[in-house]
Write a protein that binds this ligand. Structure first.
Ligand SMILES: C[S@@+](CC[C@H](N)C(=O)[O-])C[C@H]1O[C@@H](n2cnc3c(N)ncnc32)[C@H](O)[C@@H]1O
Length: 187
């Protein structure tokens, strides 16, 4: 990817996928990609439809983006921590990202980040320092895993990710004041 370096690595962990509500997990993954994360992990379950959706977007719209699924969340987190990465849990109950310096502290650490987003009520352990180095609130009002992830990643990357050029794209949008323009890369 052009633009910002992908170090430190930011990977999003989605806990609590619901098969009757698959699109939300797909939207979490696509938000992760579009807002500059390097990868996505759907823990505890396999969903091949979500995988196919994400892989199709990456194939058409470019960039590199890791997709994993099925590993238990405890294993994913313990492996991440063992390699020296930090864990950030996005939750309405955490430190307010606007009213505190939590984002500066996370950036200053300069480490790879695993960003947990939940769905329904998450396991209590997620709040513990044994799991999460930081519990971060995108405002202390309940909203959604998609909105909280977008705002957090955008603060982390200071908006620069919105200008990134996703390498190897087959399709590219040419921004227009009015209208829709999509060009195909030459083979
Ligand atoms: C629809 S919410 C459900 C939260 C659930 N009711 C609870 O009490 O834990 C799903 C996910 O969105 C994220 N989320 C919602 N509001 C948030 C906020 N204000 N700040 C950060 N993350 C938030 C969290 O990751 C949460 O697990």
């Amino acid at each position: 990817l052009a633009g910002l370096s992908r170090r430190p690595d930011t990977t999003v962990l989605r806990w609590g996928h619901r098969f009757r509500d698959q699109r939300v997990t797909s939207h979490v993954a696509l938000t992760a990609r579009a807002f500059g994360a390097a990868g996505f992990v759907l823990t505890d379950v396999n969903d091949n439809e979500v995988k196919a959706t994400v892989e199709k977007i990456v194939a058409n719209w470019g960039g590199q983006f890791r997709f994993e699924m099925g590993k238990p969340w405890k294993q994913t987190i313990s492996e991440w921590r063992r390699k020296g990465g930090l864990v950030v849990h996005l939750t309405a109950y955490g430190e307010n990202l606007q009213a505190s310096n939590v984002v500066e502290r996370i950036k200053a650490a300069g480490k790879d980040l695993l960003i947990i987003v939940g769905s329904q009520k998450v396991p209590q352990e997620f709040f513990s320092p044994d799991v999460s180095d930081f519990n971060v609130a995108v405002g202390n009002q309940p909203h959604s895993e998609v909105s909280s992830l977008a705002v957090f990643l955008d603060r982390l990357h200071q908006g620069e990710e919105l200008k990134w050029d996703f390498k190897g794209a087959k399709l590219r949008i040419i921004p227009e004041t009015h209208g829709k323009k999509v060009v195909r890369a030459r083979k």
